[in-house]
Write a protein that binds this ligand. Structure first.
Ligand code: 2P0
Length: 349
């Protein structure tokens, strides 16, 4: 009798915010970066993607539903993830003929974010990490998070870092096949549990230059970018790993802010230039400087991705100072709504 069973597995994956930024590909097909990067994973209590993967002979082809809407799965990135995961399941099935042949069945993926897409957060990182983990769970694959990061990277570069909680490095690797370009745990969230992130969301919805095309333009046209990937980022990776190891917030903050500035300088040096930050973003930078000056030490660090929203890192002990000051300063500037996300989980997905 034909197997009409529906096999199913669910998982969640967190959002990560880079403090040493990924920007530039040396291989667009395999999503191999021009530099290593390092991120902090946010608690899944606050921001996460929940994904269920199912497979059954009764399904009518592969499908992916994102936040209630059917999504196009014909893209090379999604196809690469499906293909890689099916190949690994097929290898397990070949070694054990008693296992059901799940690798040949249509897949149905359903994915939901617990944060508004309008928040402008890099949802592709949590999205592809959850997709890969859910299918790996469905297929009962033995792969480690680092192994799965090789697959998630092909969905979206930054997704490879969301396979781990805490402080995570994506080592760029040197091989052409990308097998050494994967994520690695630098420290569990519990190593430095006082870390917090405040996410400030700009009200004005502005169409950004998509990351993939933006970074391709930067690689092709920016002279400053060469200095970033050969000197600035290697130095920042070393300093950031020291700062995390030593729980040195002043050092963590300076490297975070300098690396964000360096990334946005390369965007401005792209021809034609790319501007992700706006007046509200720059006002928040000035607010961080004022907060630190008033405190007489560094208590807050800003960072910006490919959009105008700020992420402000601070320590729990300075929450009242930092969050309170932002309410006052940005209330006067306008253009902002805020949401706080605590970094308190050390849980891996
Ligand atoms: C990062 N960003 O390290 C950097 C900082 C944006 C600025 O990773 O083309 O969506 O899918 O590999 O991962 C955004 O780029 O790009 C990104 P693809 P992705 O978080």
């Amino acid at each position: 009798m034909a197997d009409t069973k529906v096999y199913r597995a669910s998982t969640t994956a967190p959002v990560n915010i880079a403090v040493v930024k990924y920007w530039g590909k040396r291989d667009a097909k395999l999503n191999l970066p021009t530099n290593s990067s390092l991120s902090v994973t946010l608690s899944q209590d606050d921001l996460r993607t929940l994904t269920t993967a199912a497979c059954s002979a009764t399904f009518d082809g592969d499908s992916l539903t994102l936040n209630g809407e059917l999504s196009d799965i014909s893209g090379a990135r999604t196809q690469a993830c499906f293909r890689e995961l099916r190949a690994r399941r097929a290898a397990v099935e070949a070694a054990n003929s008693a296992l059901p042949k799940l690798s040949t069945l249509p897949l149905k993926i359903v994915s939901e974010n617990n944060f508004p897409t309008a928040a402008g957060l890099a949802s592709s990182a949590a999205g592809f990490a959850a997709l890969v983990r859910a299918i790996a769970n469905l297929y009962e694959l033995p792969e480690s998070p680092a192994d799965l990061s090789l697959i998630a990277r092909q969905g979206s570069g930054s997704a490879c870092r969301s396979l781990f909680g805490g402080y995570v490095a994506w080592r760029m690797g040197s091989q052409d096949d990308g097998l050494d370009s994967k994520a690695e745990l630098v420290a569990e969230a519990s190593h430095w549990p006082q870390m917090r992130a405040l996410i400030l969301v700009v009200n004005a919805a502005k169409k950004d230059v998509p990351s993939t095309s933006g970074m391709q333009q930067t690689v092709a046209t920016s002279g400053l970018f060469q200095q970033r990937i050969t000197q600035v980022v290697p130095a920042n990776m070393t300093l950031m790993e020291e700062a995390v190891r030593d729980k040195d917030f002043a050092k963590f903050a300076e490297v975070t802010m300098r690396d964000s500035n360096s990334f946005h300088a390369c965007c401005a040096d792209t021809y034609p230039p790319i501007f992700y930050m706006n007046d509200a973003s720059r006002a928040a930078i000035r607010a961080v400087e004022a907060i630190n000056a008033q405190a007489g030490k560094t208590v807050a660090a800003y960072t910006y991705d490919a959009g105008p929203n700020s992420v402000i890192y601070f320590l729990e002990e300075d929450a009242a100072t930092v969050v309170g000051a932002f309410h006052e300063v940005l209330g006067a500037v306008g253009g902002w709504k805020d949401g706080a996300a605590a970094l308190k989980s050390s849980a891996k997905i």
